[in-house]
Write a protein that binds this ligand. Structure first.
Ligand SMILES: NC(=O)c1ccc[n+]([C@@H]2O[C@H](COP(=O)([O-])OP(=O)(O)OC[C@H]3O[C@@H](n4cnc5c(N)ncnc54)[C@H](OP(=O)(O)O)[C@@H]3O)[C@@H](O)[C@H]2O)c1
Length: 319
């Protein structure tokens, strides 16, 4: 094998590009320039969310590049997400409508439930409502009703596919059993220190494509306790990278992609945007893959502490 798969096949038979441009924390002109360059060098998959507050910029760039013929809408794969404050049936429908309006699109390719643990909708658009103690306020929604709304959005051609993010096996199975339209994607944290074997197996059994965020080790995530190892500084990764003349970031991305999982590296730096999409043009040796397999150690950088108190959170299950 000399290169990795450029696309993964979803349960609809349609394809999702293996590499997507992550856009969390990118906004305004930085995002416009990065996305414009990304489209120019061949990115066709863009990952956003209503809560990232950057759908408008993405919509502007996409519209202008469709207009000037740089890309065709049919060749793009655009993912957005329903935030935890909008998991009520009607709110879910309106959230999707708002995203489409922001993105200036008739449909998205993938709509995900961003997190199954709900927060209350106060009607003020605050994605992180707090209670009187300053803690994230939590509320439980009937996730099967939310899924019904997701299915309705497919029926109305507002999204081609629907899927999940940050979900544990219990909720995945619950939705799976009840669904008329099965989830086709699970987006979650996955990297060399958190290889998500259990969820990987479940996804394979269910025909769900797994997409990894944080494949580089969630560099932008504040390591609040300061006791989590920095993945990009891992000595095994650094040794492999220097031996094969790649960067540690390239090694980490290539590792996750060779598991047939999608990757969503965010970059606003041209050289890394290019490296990150070219990561499919080569592959690690079997020996190096085995070495990286041994690094799995249950380090979760996005641990969503607020969700741990949620009635819908299941202790001791991965997500
Ligand atoms: N579903 C969810 O709950 C969820 C949660 C988190 C993230 N996501 C999605 O996943 C995407 C990725 O998120 P992430 O937070 O894990 O970020 P990431 O893509 O792992 O890391 C981004 C950081 O890594 C740097 N970087 C990019 N390429 C690199 C490389 N090859 N080597 C070294 N450093 C590199 C970037 O700097 P430069 O910009 O300067 O290159 C940036 O500081 C997000 O943008 C979002 O779309 C989803």
């Amino acid at each position: 094998m000399t290169s990795l798969r450029k696309y993964l096949t979803l349960n609809s038979g349609r394809r999702i590009p293996t590499v997507g441009l992550g856009t969390f924390l990118m906004k305004n002109d930085v995002l416009r320039e990065a996305l414009d360059y990304a489209l120019y060098i061949g990115y066709r998959h863009i990952d956003t969310a209503l809560s990232y507050g950057n759908e408008v910029e993405i919509g502007d760039v996409v519209a202008s590049r469709i207009k000037d013929g740089t890309v065709k809408r049919a060749d793009l794969f655009i993912t957005t997400k329903i935030p935890p404050i909008y998991l009520d049936y009607q709110d879910c429908l309106q959230s999707a409508e708002k995203s489409l309006d922001n993105l200036k699109l008739k449909y998205v390719d993938m709509l995900l439930i961003h997190h199954p643990c709900g927060n209350p909708n106060r009607g003020d658009g605050n994605f992180k409502p707090l209670d009187e103690n300053g803690e994230r306020e939590i509320v439980s929604y009937d996730i099967l009703r939310t899924w019904k709304a997701m299915e309705k959005l497919v029926g109305e051609n507002q999204t081609v596919h629907i899927g999940l993010s940050n979900c544990q096996p219990t909720v995945i199975n619950k939705i799976w059993k009840a669904a008329k339209i099965k989830p086709s994607n699970l987006q979650l944290e996955c990297h060399a220190y958190l290889q998500q074997k259990e969820l990987g197996k479940l996804c394979t059994e269910r025909g769900i494509i797994m997409t990894s965020y944080g494949a580089l080790g969630a560099i932008t995530r504040p390591n609040q306790s300061g006791n989590k190892p920095v993945l990009l500084d891992d000595l095994v990764i650094k040794e492999i990278a220097s031996r094969i003349n790649r960067t540690p970031g390239e090694v980490l991305l290539n590792y996750v992609a060779q598991l047939n999982r999608g990757i969503l590296p965010k970059s606003q730096t041209k050289i890394r945007l290019k490296q990150n999409i070219e990561v499919l043009d080569w592959c690690l040796s079997k020996e190096d893959i085995k070495l990286i397999q041994t690094l799995d150690r249950n380090v979760k950088y996005f641990d969503f502490p607020w969700a741990k108190n949620h009635p819908d959170y299941v202790p001791n299950q991965p997500f």
